[in-house]
Design a binder for this molecule. Structure first.
Ligand code: AVJ
Length: 315
């Protein structure tokens, strides 16, 4: 397919034609972006992964008890990443001889390939079939399948990458593709000391900075654009009033960037909206569940109460 006909090209050009300019954060995750995100998860300033790992490790049995019953179910995971978190749950499920299949869905090809390899190496008895694509497209496909009970995993705080309006709409859409009694486990990053949050997205090793700049480099690699990344600076701000942490790339001088069939002009100090990472209060979580057709069954905290895995049931 010609570059110009890809969804990637279309989304990028649309985003850069808006004012303010924006780039969809789902495109951070090419092979290099996946690697950088691994480094983020391991870096000392990014606490989310460690908090969630603690929850999944110390409360595995209670979490599993909140999603299993005697019947067969499909465990659908949205955005599994490296799978290290979900493997904890898969291990316990197979130890208990639960009757289920595992269906990881991710925008990144390499994530799905690596995960299928990891599961078949470590837990060969777990039936796994990955799907590659956008959550919404995949959810639509799932709606039309076999009627099995479903448990959806949306871990890691992925839902934070949407604005509150978008995540609300996302939960409504998710509810439509589920049936009464189906469950979701959502990982939410909670509001906390603003300085801790900002640091997580502006880490002292500069990994998040490279993670953001990689999207410009990815565009150069895949779309043939001519971004000089030294003209862009990563800037991040957490607003305690709204709970949103936002990342921007600031353009340092007037410049033109060339794409195959168009030119995008930047002004000095113009910003590109790169990513939102929304933080939640417990009452916001409760309300979001209620307003979109779910009840909150269980809330699992880490020991610092920085993060929750919240188990929802469709009603
Ligand atoms: C994968 C969406 C949970 O927002 O915390 C990490 C992505 N971006 N550092 C997040 C991310 C910059 C991450 N999520």
């Amino acid at each position: 397919m010609a570059v110009k006909d890809t969804q990637f090209y279309y989304d990028i050009i649309s985003g850069l034609s808006e004012f303010p300019k924006q780039l969809p954060s789902k495109y951070f995750y090419d092979a290099i972006g996946d690697k950088l995100f691994q480094d983020i998860m391991n870096c000392k300033d990014y606490y989310l992964t460690r908090c969630e790992m603690e929850i999944l490790e110390l409360q595995t049995e209670d979490i599993i008890a909140s999603i299993t019953s005697d019947d067969y179910f499909e465990l659908v995971e949205l955005g599994p990443g490296d799978g290290i978190k979900s493997i904890k749950l898969l291990k316990e499920l197979s130890r208990q001889k639960a009757d289920f299949s595992y269906i990881p869905i991710d925008i990144s090809h390499s994530v799905i390939d690596n995960l299928e390899a990891l599961v078949s190496d470590t837990l060969p008895q777990v039936k796994t079939s990955g799907m590659n694509g956008d959550y919404f497209d995949m959810l639509n496909q799932l709606r039309n399948s076999n009627g099995a009970r479903r448990v959806v995993l949306c871990l890691g705080g992925n839902i934070g990458n949407m604005t509150l309006t978008e995540s609300h709409a996302f939960c409504e859409k998710l509810r439509q593709s589920l049936s009464q009694g189906d469950k979701i486990i959502f990982g939410f990053d909670l509001v906390k000391n603003p300085a801790i949050i900002r640091k997580a997205y502006d880490d002292s090793e500069g990994i998040t900075r490279r993670f953001n700049l990689n999207l410009l480099e990815r565009m150069n690699r895949e779309l043939g654009s001519d971004f000089d990344v030294t003209n862009f600076e990563h800037y991040c701000n957490y607003d305690p009033e709204t709970g949103s942490c936002k990342s921007y790339l600031i353009c340092l001088e007037d410049l033109d960037v060339h794409f195959q069939d168009t030119v995008v002009s930047f002004r000095e100090n113009e910003y590109i909206n790169m990513e939102i990472s929304q933080k939640f209060t417990l009452s916001q979580i409760e309300k979001m569940a209620q307003h979109t057709g779910f009840t909150v069954d269980r809330t699992f905290f880490d020991s610092k109460k920085w993060y929750v895995d919240s188990v929802w049931e469709a009603i």
